[in-house]
Design a protein around this ligand. Structure first.
Ligand code: ADP
Length: 400
């Protein structure tokens, strides 16, 4: 019995020793993990500290808990004046109220990332442009606990962009004057006001006239582009008849449509009253959509232009049975200078500026533009093609 007792004591002692050893190893492992975590955190902190973008972390109410060195460098405020302040308070407040209301709604209510361009003011009073991205950070219960804001100073990029747009504007103005003169004199010769022309002379002059028209189109588009980018795009709304504008745009393409045997169908809702829009700019919307429909539709096709009232909006629909827009190009066609591959070969005479300008006009008029398109050439006529939709508010455009 006694022997058995000693044996039990020894086994239990061994077991305890084993357990202690395991515990010790566990603690050592945890210690190593904590050390590694601390090391990683230190690296992470160093990276955030020395990032060239301004990084700020706030609590759920927007009170700043952390700001990196770039924040001090960009805003000019020392870190001690930043910590504890309301986010953006020292350097912000320059945008209109709507901007901040929208920003808080996105990050606090919708709990999403807000992205945008913002104007801020450095401590020395200098205004700067920044690209900002603010994201909510959630706790385990899915509640917003922090916000992290990253801002990049884009003042220099903006200045370069502005200088480029000013150059484009100046060059286009200078080019337009001589080109208008060329066009005018050409027309005089073409109309045989200066004497009879033979067939070959007429052919050559026709080519010259087409080229100078294309140049004028390009220059006008470049001028509009620079106006959009410089923010000097003036909107002067007055009572405008959409049907009249559609008819004018159709007149411009009638000859081309006849040459390509394209049928033009019209469908205007009766009794559409005039609406408050900038007539010159809205005319550009029609011209572009209608001329694209003709340009990108092969022979014997059909285009349909519809105008109707839909609730508080006027809806313009321009439908064609053309080449369509390839799926991979659909997200890019409103981008400046973009042309889809399928039309480059069909019609080399485009500059990819029209839809960019049209979209800017529509959005400045508080409207919307979208399209549906099917490219598949194996589909029968009528089943492929593009339809552009423009929805414009009835009478809400503001002068700008
Ligand atoms: P451009 O016609 O001078 O190329 P736009 O800005 O007007 O420039 O159009 C951009 C691109 O969108 C076109 O090059 C073409 O690829 C596509 N696109 C526009 N309208 C149509 C259409 N009706 N059918 C097919 N593709 C179109």
């Amino acid at each position: 019995m006694y022997c058995l007792g000693i044996f039990r004591d020894v086994t239990e002692h061994k077991k305890m020793e084993e357990e202690l050893k395991n515990k010790y190893e566990e603690i050592e492992k945890e210690k190593e993990e904590t050390r590694l975590l601390a090391q990683n955190l230190e690296k992470f902190k160093l990276a955030v500290e020395s990032a060239s973008d301004h990084i700020v972390i706030t609590d759920a109410e927007g009170i700043i808990l952390y700001a990196n060195k770039a924040t001090e460098h960009i805003t000019g405020y020392p870190i001690r004046e930043i910590i504890g302040a309301k986010a953006g308070k020292p350097w912000g407040g320059l945008m209109d109220k709507d901007f901040y209301v929208k920003m808080w709604k996105v990050i606090k209510q919708d709990k999403k990332t807000f992205k945008g361009e913002i104007k801020n003011k450095r401590k020395n009073g200098q205004i700067y442009d920044a690209e900002t991205s603010i994201s909510p950070i959630f706790n385990k219960n899915g509640e917003v606990e922090f916000f992290v804001s990253i801002e990049r100073d884009i003042t220099t990029v903006k200045e370069i962009d502005r200088a480029k747009s000013e150059f484009v504007s100046l060059a286009s103005h200078q080019l337009r004057t001589p080109l208008t003169a060329i066009s005018w004199y050409l027309e005089e010769v073409f109309d045989e006001k200066t004497g009879k022309l033979n067939k070959q002379q007429k052919e050559y002059l026709n080519e010259v006239q087409n080229s100078s028209r294309r140049m004028i189109d390009l220059i006008n588009n470049l001028l509009n582009l620079s106006r959009i980018e410089l923010g000097t795009f003036a909107i002067m709304p007055r009572s405008t008849d959409l049907v009249e504008l559609a008819e004018d745009a159709i007149k411009d393409v009638v000859l081309q449509a006849r040459l390509k045997k394209i049928k033009i169908e019209k469908d205007y809702e009766e009794g559409l009253s005039k609406i408050n829009l900038d007539p010159k700019l809205t005319a550009m919307v029609f011209q572009n959509l209608v001329s694209n429909a003709i340009k990108y539709t092969p022979e014997n096709g059909e285009i349909n232009i519809k105008i109707k009232k839909e609730g508080e909006n006027a809806l313009i629909v321009v439908k064609d049975t053309g080449y369509g827009i390839p799926k991979d190009a659909q997200s890019k066609i409103f981008t400046k200078f973009y042309r889809a591959d399928n039309v480059r070969t069909q019609d080399p005479n485009g500059n990819g500026l029209g839809l960019y300008i049209v979209k800017a006009i529509v959005e400045k008029s508080k409207g919307k533009i979208w399209f549906e398109s099917e490219e598949d050439k194996s589909l029968p006529a009528g089943r492929h093609g593009t339809t552009f939709f423009v929805s414009l508010p009835l009478g809400k455009a503001e002068s700008k």
